[in-house]
Design a protein around this ligand. Structure first.
Ligand SMILES: [Zn+2]
Length: 76
């Protein structure tokens, strides 16, 4: 009985239950993430924090600066 159970666990393709959860729910998780992003963008709220975003972009001035720095490092 216990051996059968262990065999079943070993055959499982996910290394842990967090990955399993992610794989089984990634479609829904990604959709939720995307709709939250869209909602914030429409409302003019920074997508990183909840401050007011600079008009035309999705970040507040603080996160705009951070993003610029990140892009510079990524491109160099
Ligand atoms: Zn921000």
């Amino acid at each position: 009985m216990i051996r059968k159970l262990l065999n079943r666990l070993r055959k499982h393709k996910y290394p842990n239950r967090f990955l399993k959860f992610y794989h089984l729910n990634k479609k829904r998780l990604n959709n939720e993430r995307r709709s939250l992003y869209d909602e914030k963008r429409k409302k003019g709220i920074c997508v990183r924090c909840n401050d007011k975003a600079v008009s035309g972009i999705v970040f507040c001035s603080y996160h705009q600066k951070k993003q610029k720095k990140y892009n510079r490092i990524a491109r160099s």
